[in-house]
Ligand binder design. Structure first.
Ligand code: SIN
Ligand code: FE
Length: 293
């Protein structure tokens, strides 16, 4: 397998480097080792924010602490002062993440829609979760209740661990290899089922065939232990202070270890990609031979 992680010095980010855009749209991970230390850009927590770095700052009922596009903070424990400081810290990272994307992929521009930005204070190694929710298993991101009809999930991550612990990821094979391997085993789409679960309120809108296939891929990857162990993969520890960027609906990824990360999500219609044929929607449509949305 080709190397799936591409190193980029922040000094070389420039304005729309075609090789990095192609790598990103091919599902690779763009890695910025000096994100946190590069001049005025980048992100590092401020001294008073260090008080937020404790596991119980997260409400145990929530998976993450997040600041939504409308500025609402969700999932936080702590008092009002903690919450205001969390919103400030997450918002500062969001501004840096959007700045980085503006330079990396300038043509996405105004087509990038701001999603949620999260702070993840939990220890990855010991968290107990069902196999389906367990992001320690290789997967592509797909969400059961939120159909997106092919819209892309572009994410920027930074490791903000204070004790030098890396955020350890596995990055798997390219999306088309995943799709070719699993498509023959997936349950076919049933329009009546999509209508039923939508009427019952299980989905927020009608699940398209694309959404069905993406969820099935997510589940098929995670439930196959042999695949988890033996699939082509690269393990990498992202050190504190770095950032990395990928399309998480396309890049096969898993997180094995770490604590304290910030993550920014933007959505993008695949029609606004540099190469429209590189999207999961285009790849699945080609492999299935018919329209999926
Ligand atoms: C994921 O997106 O699957 C988890 C990433 C992480 O928590 O490092
Ligand atoms: Fe994921």
């Amino acid at each position: 397998m080709d190397k799936q992680i591409v190193d980029i010095d922040m000094a070389d980010v420039g304005h729309g480097n075609p090789a990095w855009i192609a790598a990103l749209e091919a599902g690779k991970v763009l890695y910025f080792p000096n994100f946190g230390t590069y001049g005025k850009a980048g992100f590092a927590p401020q001294k008073e924010e260090l008080a937020l770095f404790r596991e119980d700052i997260r409400d145990p009922k929530s998976r993450n602490i997040s600041l939504d596009a409308g500025g609402n903070l969700k999932g936080a424990a702590g008092d009002d002062a903690d919450k205001a400081m969390l919103a400030g810290m997450i918002g500062r990272f969001r501004a840096e993440a959007e700045g980085l994307l503006g330079n990396l992929v300038p043509r996405y521009g105004e087509h990038l829609r701001r999603g949620a930005t999260s702070f993840r204070p939990s220890v990855v190694q010991t968290r107990v979760q069902s196999w389906r929710a367990d992001d320690r298993r290789l997967h592509v991101d797909a969400f059961p209740s939120r159909p997106n009809r092919g819209e892309r999930l572009l994410r920027v991550f930074t490791n903000v661990n204070l004790e030098g612990q890396p955020r350890v990821w596995r990055v798997g094979e390219p999306f088309e290899d995943v799709a070719r391997r699993f498509l023959p085993r997936l349950k076919p789409y049933a329009a009546w089922q999509a209508k039923l679960i939508n009427a019952l309120g299980i989905t927020k809108s009608l699940r398209s065939e694309y959404d069905h296939l993406m969820l099935q891929l997510h589940d098929a990857m995670k439930s196959d232990l042999d695949y988890q162990k033996n699939a082509p993969q690269e393990t990498f520890g992202f050190p504190p202070g770095c950032a990395w960027v990928c399309f998480s609906d396309q890049t096969s990824h898993s997180v094995m270890a770490g604590q304290y990360m910030l993550e920014y999500t933007a959505q993008l219609s695949p029609l606004h990609q540099y190469d429209k044929d590189a999207s999961p929607l285009a790849i699945l449509t080609r492999l299935q031979g018919h329209a999926l949305v």
